[in-house]
Design a protein around this ligand. Structure first.
Ligand code: URA
Length: 435
């Protein structure tokens, strides 16, 4: 295998064979293909794209660069959900225990924040003591005991993705559909799932800014995962508005707990049920959408989802008292209210600006080496359609670094659009699906 010939072939728009892709990825994982050649190939892929067969070969090569879990001993159908990243997207925290309560095992391997989008792991680490670094054996034991577990990518899972992602992050090659597809699926399919549901975010606060881009990514993800033998569906959901009323680490965990206690905002409930229904249908635990919805709603109303969330926190050494005392999530945090500059109706909230405010408050990383503030974020966001009087709170900033408040206030002020009349119609949340 001559790496530069493979790079040149892709640069000139050629179609790579399975063995060319496999040998290149294997050599990169071992370190015999240096970072500069992998970066050059990533850039060639960025410009020339890949066919579905090439993307599937890349996904498989990256998946098989590491180990694959064996979920057979769980003796239950397995499913997971993956979101391409949004602002205020705490759905995994609510969905995993609810789906587990319906008899499906959910072995969820999640990521950290990327850019302004938050990561499930950073959020969970706001729970004092919660460990996201379990071994694969301990992870499967938690899934077996309570039905779900959420941890981070282990060193053994898809190491080629870990190495390649670090290069893509600094070479301008993140927003490439074949590279995103191989990156997401190499990790998710290593979980040995019966079914996978993808939430492809679309809008200002997402990587995919237009419906056409989101549809293209959704289609590619579904085609590749299906070709590799996992029943997969994708939902395209709007990410112009933040999801729910809180964005950031502790604020989103607090919102997820409240949601599991029955106080979910309409968008959080809608998205959770939409994704959960797909998981129950794809695993064939339910036969009709109506049956799946009833089953999820029962798990939600009865508190079984909340019980499983509590148990998962305990099994991962977290302090489950946060469920009854969410203030324990906010140790050392300071708060500042952002007030409405005028009376009116909230007609839009720019999720990108809310994400930027959270970054300034310390909820995400400006450099990969930064430590996140587990308490940081924005809480009590007024929802679109709400009327406010002048001086009424629009949102509450939370951070251990109060010196960040003045800059964050500017972003929140910019994010809210206030008008004399309410919006004509509610913004659409579910934009489409791909099965
Ligand atoms: N999430 C991933 O895991 N990889 C990508 O490339 C983009 C989002």
């Amino acid at each position: 295998m001559i790496p530069q010939w493979i790079i040149e072939k892709k640069r000139d728009g050629g179609v790579l064979s399975d063995s060319e892709i496999r040998e290149f990825v294997d050599a990169f994982t071992e370190g015999t293909v240096p970072d500069y050649q992998m970066s050059a190939l990533a850039m060639a892929i960025y410009f020339k794209g890949m066919t579905i067969a090439e993307t599937a070969a890349l996904t498989l090569a990256m998946l098989e660069s590491g180990t694959r879990l064996d979920t057979t001993p769980l003796g239950r159908p397995t499913a997971d959900k993956h979101s391409t990243g949004g602002i205020g997207d705490k759905i995994s925290l609510i969905l995993a225990p609810l789906v587990a309560a319906c008899g499906v095992a959910v072995p969820m391997i999640s990521g950290r924040g990327l850019g302004i989008t938050g990561g499930t792991l950073d959020k969970l680490e706001a729970i004092p003591g919660y460990r996201t670094d379990l071994t694969e054996k301990a992870f499967l034991k938690v899934v077996n005991t309570c039905g779900c577990s959420i941890i981070g990518q282990t060193r053994r899972l898809a190491p080629a993705d870990r190495k390649l992602y670090a290069l893509r992050d600094v070479t301008g090659t993140v927003p490439s559909i074949p590279l995103i597809t191989a990156s997401i699926l190499s990790k998710k399919l290593a979980e040995d799932l019966d079914a996978l549901v993808l939430d492809v975010k679309c809008g200002r606060g997402a990587f995919m800014k237009t419906p056409a881009m989101a549809r293209n990514l959704a289609k590619t993800l579904v085609q590749v995962a299906t070709a590799l033998g996992t029943r997969t569906a994708a939902v395209i959901s709007a990410m112009d508005l933040p999801t729910g009323c809180a964005v950031g680490n502790a604020p989103e965990v607090a919102e997820a707990i409240a949601a599991l206690q029955g106080q979910a905002s309409a968008d959080v409930e809608d998205l959770t049920l939409t994704l959960g229904c797909r998981m129950l249908l794809l695993t064939r635990v339910c036969r009709t959408p109506a049956e799946a919805r009833t089953r999820l709603c029962d798990a939600w109303k009865s508190g079984r989802g909340l019980d499983i969330f509590r148990k998962m926190i305990e099994l991962q050494q977290g302090n489950s008292r946060v469920i009854d005392r969410p203030e324990l999530l906010f140790k050392g945090a300071q708060r500042q209210v952002v007030k409405a500059p005028r009376a009116g109706f909230v007609t839009a909230i720019n999720s990108e600006d809310i994400g930027r405010a959270c970054l300034i408050l310390g909820a995400g990383r400006q450099r990969t080496t930064d430590r996140v503030d587990p308490t940081a974020g924005v809480a009590d966001l007024k929802q679109v359609g709400t009327s406010v009087s002048r001086g009424e709170p629009l949102a509450v900033l939370v951070s251990r670094s109060s010196h960040a408040f003045p800059e964050a206030v500017q972003f929140i002020g910019r994010a809210f659009e206030l008008q004399d009349r309410p919006p004509a119609r509610p913004a659409k949340l579910i934009l489409g699906a791909c099965v």
